[in-house]
Ligand binder design. Structure first.
Ligand SMILES: [Zn+2]
Length: 290
């Protein structure tokens, strides 16, 4: 209320131009635009300012301004909700899918790999959902929100490693390529340390790390003798890459982060399908043995 009063005072004194009024009106609401238009000599009785206020008011529901270079984008309420739901709805399918892969396992190594992959998959959606809920509902708890944001970023490194684990663990690899089995986890650990040290400081470096970690095991995987499923693997990778455009478009495209979540979900589903189809016993085979 105090903010509204001081704004009105500024308008009455003629210290604010039309652009300023429209921006403030959008922040304070359309009723405020009407009140300001009444007071401003230039816009008294002019309906345009109310229209402009209404338009900007609507835009502010779906998107906020870009974040500063070292700051974080502040989603609107609608964006917060979309960020939460787009990953929350995938937690149960991820758990069921992981359990199913575990059931399809023929030996100990396949079982361990199903665990690793399943944990990476479930952790991604659970941690992301918890972070977005905290960011929406508990943003005043700055330290808690900061911790969950770090976890949200760290889990991506482990998710990438876990997504490659079935291919690296269950396919024949050459002596040199086989080192990628442990090296990918070393990269995930390196990414975690980076988040601890430089979280939110160098966003381009962070993106570079994600892409490097996403692409380097692919070089090894494509050198395998058995290339079944590699098309699906590449297709999933392409979907992640397209999603990065939205990951970096907060404040430019409304609901950009939620759209990024949908790309992640689609790519993860394509990768799950490939792992299930090409690396584990086929479900029809499984049914026959029940
Ligand atoms: Zn997210």
């Amino acid at each position: 209320m105090a903010q509204e009063e001081s704004l009105l005072k500024t308008v009455k004194e003629g210290k604010m131009n039309a652009g300023g009024i429209v921006k403030k009106a959008a922040i304070l609401g359309i009723n405020q635009a009407n009140r300001e238009a009444e007071f401003h000599p230039r816009y008294r009785g002019n309906p345009n300012i109310q229209e402009a206020g209404l338009k900007m008011n609507l835009e502010h529901c779906f998107m906020n301004h870009r974040a500063p270079a070292n700051g974080r984008y502040k989603p609107t309420c609608y964006e917060h909700a979309a960020n939460c739901y787009t990953h929350a709805f995938l937690i149960v399918p991820a758990i069921v899918g992981s359990a199913f892969l575990h059931r399809l396992s023929d030996d100990c190594w396949e079982k361990i790999t199903a665990w690793i992959y399943g944990m990476g998959l479930c952790a991604l959606f659970i941690v992301s959902t918890v972070f977005h809920i905290v960011s929406w509902k508990k943003s005043h708890l700055r330290t808690v929100e900061h911790c969950f944001h770090m976890c949200d970023r760290m889990v991506i490194y482990f998710f990438i490693a876990a997504s490659y684990a079935p291919w690296l663990n269950l396919r024949e690899l050459g002596p040199l390529a086989a080192h990628m089995r442990w090296f990918i986890w070393l990269m995930a650990a390196g990414g975690t340390i980076y988040v601890f040290l430089y979280h939110e400081k160098y966003k381009v470096v962070e993106l570079f790390f994600y892409l490097t970690m996403g692409f380097s095991p692919a070089l090894v995987v494509t050198s395998m003798n058995n290339t079944d499923g590699l098309h699906e693997l590449a297709c999933g990778g392409l979907i992640y890459c397209l999603g990065v455009v939205f990951f970096k478009s907060d404040g430019i495209i409304p609901f950009a982060h939620a759209i990024w979540h949908l790309f992640v979900a689609t790519a993860a589903a394509v990768h799950y399908y490939a792992i299930w189809k090409y690396l584990y016993r086929s479900p029809t085979d499984f049914m026959r043995h029940l």
